[in-house]
Design a protein around this ligand. Structure first.
Ligand SMILES: [Mg+2]
Length: 267
């Protein structure tokens, strides 16, 4: 064996070892994003602050029947008011799953975790939903957890009942028609704008609440879905922050999402 070939083998071994150690099987114990959500008072204070602002805005937006938080929704004065909430890290706090699941992430790992654990709330959400319903506002839960059948199970969309159970475990009652998953209908893609417009056919949407930029802004993902035709970029997302400036904290309420989300594709 010549020295060149030996060197190549040594290099390959080093690179392989490097790859293995570059992919943690769990979140590092000192990962600041996970630690912050799990342990800091700041996180809970911030989510309560955001839900508190939204709660105070309820009365104003219910009364102003010309208002909609869906750009382009007009002539909705006669429709009943509704709010749209994302689910993960908006209603259900998944930090216990996030710090413990074996990487890489899969939707099924989250599904199995949820079947075995009692859901935890994002601080402030229960009080907000109670206030919204007392004000006569319908509450929709829109998640990008996908409807998908597992080969070893019979249910076509077991994820839907799991999400409903999780929300109910927080003390929030919810009926199935107010929970919308990706792929639940053929035209309900991972792009949420279609589902928002479906709700807007029958409701005046006064608020949108989420932890991901794409919970609010159409076509804000790198991995895009119909009706979007091209990937977002860091520049397009930055421009959209300004384009929709009037909505932030005024109909759109964005919670912190440091552990995961569409933003991670733009590093
Ligand atoms: Mg979320």
């Amino acid at each position: 064996m010549n020295t060149t070939r030996i060197a190549a083998m040594v290099l390959a071994a080093v690179m392989t070892a490097g790859c293995a150690t570059d992919v943690p099987t769990h979140a590092p114990e000192d990962d600041l994003a996970h630690l912050w959500v799990k342990t800091s008072a700041d996180y809970a204070a911030l989510t309560r602050q955001i839900y508190g602002v939204a709660q105070r805005d309820l009365e104003r937006f219910v009364a102003d029947t010309s208002w909609s938080a869906i750009p382009g929704q007009t002539d909705a004065e006669h429709l009943p008011p509704a709010v749209i909430l994302d689910v993960d890290e908006t209603v259900i706090n998944n930090v216990s799953f996030q710090v413990s699941f074996e990487r890489p992430f899969s939707d099924r790992k989250l599904e199995m975790w949820d079947r075995e654990h009692v859901a935890e709330p994002v601080p402030g959400v229960v009080e907000f939903i109670t206030a919204a319903r007392e004000a006569g506002v319908a509450t929709f839960f829109m998640t990008n957890r996908p409807c998908e059948k597992y080969e070893d199970e019979t249910e076509q969309c077991p994820q839907k009942q799991t999400v409903i159970d999780g929300i109910r475990e927080l003390g929030i009652d919810v009926e199935p028609e107010f929970v919308m998953l990706a792929l639940e209908r053929p035209d309900w893609t991972g792009e949420k704008v279609g589902r928002r417009l479906t709700i807007a056919e029958n409701y005046r949407v006064i608020m949108v609440i989420g932890d991901d930029f794409a919970d609010f802004v159409p076509c804000a993902r790198k991995r895009f879905h119909p009706p979007c035709t091209e990937p977002a970029t860091r520049a397009s997302r930055a421009a959209d922050v300004d384009k929709y400036a009037e909505y932030w904290g005024n109909g759109w309420y964005i919670l912190p999402g440091p552990m995961h989300g569409s933003w991670t594709r733009f590093r």
